[in-house]
Structure formats: structure tokens, C-alpha cells
Design a protein around this ligand. Structure first.
Ligand code: NAD
Length: 429
């Protein structure tokens, strides 16, 4: 390959022309190794990417018949297998795709470690050769079957889960081809839609933030009367969060792009409880106590931060800060308290982890309350150090994610080393 700015389809064609089906870049004892010199431009891109944070491995495979590219990025496996969702998405370039995989895997590493899960961080991407929503029938089944075999070939270094455009039924197919799949349907022992739990975790984080600002620390006092919350995105998580806020006496202003959602809000809530704002710029500039981003990432950026008139940000959306350091600092400088998304939206993955540990609803309830304690502690520590809670949380994640699994130790890196010894990239699944 000449460069990484080619499209994923061109990358697939290049691999086919070279007779290559799989490839990897792995990090063994600090030394980065590429499976084949034909991938050197990709190797150099990963090595020099600002999003490469000593990831233990990036693996990829193509499936010629459906024209699919599969990628797994594993950040760190001290606590257990790299775990994180599978995203079905088309990307304009190979660079965009691998950057997303690196960033998302690191994000899962931090989230899993801070949630106390015995999992490391990983993420997978399926790049289909047509729009994800158009991918249907036997072709969709084939895409997920081969993805399942690809995951199986990694011998448990990575465990997959649901993410963008992937359904429980897709994961049923993946699960039929390996033992390293979570978020499967309930009837085969899955943990079902986690959104309600995610919302309750976010709510406990938000409550901890409010209490912290008021000098309180009692999670049994659930009272948001007099508080005004801006909520962006009243979808699966946002809707349930909005219900919790209203039930606690809070008032919500929503911005959502969906007319169906807006009609449902008008039908269910009074305007004293929930109001709808139609203009996004006006919405970001409204005076309120709390902003809860629950739609898309990167909405805390150079354009929005100077206009915000809130005291606290606590929401479900992943990667809310466009730049996790610069924008965390910008919020800190403006005196806006920021609860990191990867701390308070953890309940989705915690619910999912019960599929591996055995499902116990009581432990989920305990973990929801832990979000309050963790958030409160984080805000206290970051205040003492006068740094952004995001930076303090990243520091905590860095330490926690280096703790080895109490039984298996740092097993994932041994699995990766073994894959290299076994010439994984040359073996057909
Ligand atoms: P969803 O698709 O059910 O809801 C998203 C909502 O946002 C929809 O109502 C949609 O109309 C609206 N929306 C989309 N773009 C928007 C925009 N630009 N401005 C305003 N509204 C917009 O998704 P969800 O499951 O509720 O997840 C919401 C966010 O939380 C995502 O970022 C997701 O990655 C994150 N998250 C979800 C979970 C979970 O358990 N579902 C767990 C962790 C993190």
C-alpha cells in the first residue's frame, strides 16, 4: 500500500492483490511489530498517531465475498480481555477507521477500569461495502458470521459487544461462531437493552455533581426541585434520564432532531416539566444548572464552550469533549464542573459484564449507587488538586487499568504473543 489515505475498499483491493487476508500491528515489550512489510504505511500511521497510546495490538481481516473489512483494536489487557462494542460503520479512509478504533479502545479501557470490571479495553469495527442500514438478509448474516470467526481466531484476547448499528440478533450470529461475544439476546442468556441502567447511572453521577456543588454527600436525598437541566438527545438513554430528572422535581429543556421524539415529549410531559427548544445555538446558550449531553460526541468544543451558561455537565454521550485535554481545561477555566462520560455512562457495559460473570440484578443496583460515590470522590480529588475531573479520571484510569487480573494476570498480552508465534496472519480461519 502506498498510503493510508485510501478508502477501506481500496485497502481491501490492495490486500486481495497482494494475496493477504489478515494483518496486525502488535506491541510486545514496547516493540511495535507489523505482520507484513506490505502494511508499513499503516504501521507508521499507527506508530505516530496521537491516538496510539501503547495499544497492545490492532488486528484486521478482509472477507472478499461481502467486501468487508474487520478491525479489532486492543488497548490494554492487564485486567482481562480487551472488551468493547462492535461498530458497523463506513469510513471515508483507512486513517479515519483506524483512528476511531484506537480512540474507542482506549476509551473502553478507561471506562472498564474505573467501573472495576475485570476486563481490559478493546473495540471492533466492521466496515461493510454498503450502508449499514442497507446491509440485510443473507449478506448481513455472512458479514457477521465471518466477523464471529475473526473474533474466534483471536483466542479470547478480545470480547465483543453491541455498538452503533449492531443489533442483538447480529450478535446472536457472532456468538454462534465464537465464545467471546456479549450483548446477545435475552432468550440465550443475554442481559437485554442496557439503556435504562445507563440512564440511572448517569442520573446518580448528575446527582453527585449537584450535591458536590451544594456541599452535600447523601445519595438517598434525590431532590432536584428548582434545578433546570438542558438535555440534548431524548433517545433510549436521554428519555429515561429525563423521566428520572422530572420525577426528582427538576425541569428539563430538550433539544432533539427527531420529530417523533418531540411529539412523544409533548404527549407525555407538561411544559412545566419539559420544554422543547428548536434552535441548537439558542439551546447551548440557555441559562441552566446542568447540561446533559445524550446524543452525539464532540459537542464540547471551541464553538460551544464559550456560550454555555451552566454550572455542571453530566450526560451519557460518549466522547463529549472534542479534545479530551484542551476542552476539559477550557471547562475547568470557565468554572464549569464536568463529569467525564466514561465515568457516569458505565452502566451499559457493567450490565453487559454480568453476562460473563453470571447475571445478578442486585449487583447492578449496587453498581448504580457506586457511580454516585465514584463521581463525588472524583470531584473532591480534582478540586483538591485544582485540575479538571476529566484529567483526574484519566489518571485514575491509567493506574487502575495497569492492575493485573487477580487470577489470570496479564494474560491477554501472552495470547497476543502466541498469535504472533503461531503465524496468525497467515492462517485461514
Ligand atoms: P439513541 O439513538 O437511542 O438516542 C439518540 C437521540 O439523540 C435520539 O433521540 C436522536 O434523535 C437524538 N439526536 C441525534 N443527533 C442529535 C443531535 N445532533 N442533536 C440532538 N439530538 C440528536 O441513543 P442512546 O442509546 O440513547 O445513546 C445516546 C448516547 O449515549 C450515545 O452517544 C451513546 O453512544 C451513549 N451511550 C449509550 C449507552 C446505552 O446504554 N445505550 C451506554 C453508554 C453510552
Amino acid at each position: 500500500m502506498k498510503s493510508t489515505s485510501i478508502s477501506p475498499q481500496e485497502f481491501i483491493q490492495f490486500m486481495e492483490a497482494e494475496g493477504l487476508k489478515k494483518g496486525y500491528v502488535i506491541n510486545l515489550d514496547g516493540k511495535l511489530i507489523v505482520s507484513n512489510d506490505a502494511f508499513l504505511p499503516l504501521f507508521r500511521f499507527i506508530q505516530t498517531s496521537p491516538d496510539y497510546k501503547e495499544h497492545e495490538g490492532v488486528f484486521w481481516e478482509i472477507e472478499a465475498e461481502t467486501g468487508s473489512l474487520y478491525v479489532v483494536a486492543i488497548h490494554r489487557t492487564n485486567r482481562g480481555a480487551g472488551q468493547g462494542g462492535t461498530r458497523l460503520k463506513q469510513y471515508p479512509t483507512v486513517e479515519n477507521l483506524f483512528t476511531d478504533a484506537l480512540r474507542l479502545a482506549k476509551g473502553m479501557n478507561d471506562k472498564n477500569a474505573c467501573a472495576g470490571l475485570w476486563w481490559g479495553g478493546g473495540k471492533s469495527i466492521i466496515h461493510p461495502n454498503e450502508h449499514p442500514r442497507a446491509l440485510a438478509g443473507e449478506k448481513r448474516e455472512r458479514v457477521f458470521k465471518h466477523f464471529g470467526l475473526f473474533i474466534a481466531s483471536l483466542n479470547g484476547a478480545y470480547v465483543c459487544a453491541e455498538d452503533m448499528n449492531v443489533t442483538p440478533n447480529d450478535l446472536r450470529i457472532v456468538h454462534a461462531h465464537n465464545r467471546y461475544t456479549t450483548c446477545v439476546p435475552e432468550e440465550i442468556g443475554g442481559s437485554a437493552n442496557p439503556s435504562g441502567f445507563t440512564a440511572r447511572g448517569v442520573f446518580m453521577g448528575l446527582l453527585a455533581g449537584v450535591h458536590f456543588m451544594e456541599g452535600k454527600a447523601d445519595k438517598t436525598v434525590i431532590d432536584l426541585s428548582g434545578k433546570h437541566v438542558l438535555l440534548q438527545g431524548a433517545g433510549n438513554v436521554g428519555w429515561a434520564l429525563m423521566e428520572e430528572i422530572v420525577a426528582a422535581g427538576g425541569r428539563v429543556t430538550v433539544f432533539d432532531i427527531s420529530d417523533v421524539t418531540k411529539s412523544a415529549i409533548r404527549a407525555k410531559f407538561t411544559t412545566d416539566q419539559v420544554q422543547i427548544e428548536e434552535d441548537i445555538t439558542t439551546f447551548y446558550g440557555l441559562e441552566a444548572d446542568i447540561f446533559a449531553p445524550c446524543a452525539i460526541g464532540a459537542i464540547l468544543n471551541d464553538e460551544t464552550i464559550p456560550n454555555l451558561k451552566v454550572k455542571l455537565i453530566a450526560g451519557a454521550a460518549n466522547n463529549q469533549l472534542k479534545d479530551s485535554i484542551a476542552h476539559a481545561e477550557a471547562l475547568h477555566e470557565r468554572g464549569i464542573l464536568y463529569l467525564p462520560d466514561f465515568i457516569i455512562n458505565r452502566m451499559g457495559i457493567v450490565n453487559c459484564a454480568n453476562e460473563q460473570y453470571g447475571y445478578l440484578l442486585d449487583t447492578i443496583e449496587e453498581k448504580i449507587l457506586e457511580v454516585y460515590d465514584f463521581s463525588h470522590h472524583l470531584l473532591q480529588k480534582s478540586k483538591e488538586m485544582d485540575i479538571s475531573p476529566e484529567l483526574k479520571a484519566m489518571e485514575m484510569a491509567e493506574q487502575l487499568s495497569r492492575v493485573n487480573h487477580p487470577i489470570w494476570g496479564h494474560r491477554g498480552i501472552k495470547i497476543i504473543a502466541q498469535l504472533q508465534k503461531d503465524n496468525w496472519s497467515l492462517i485461514d480461519n
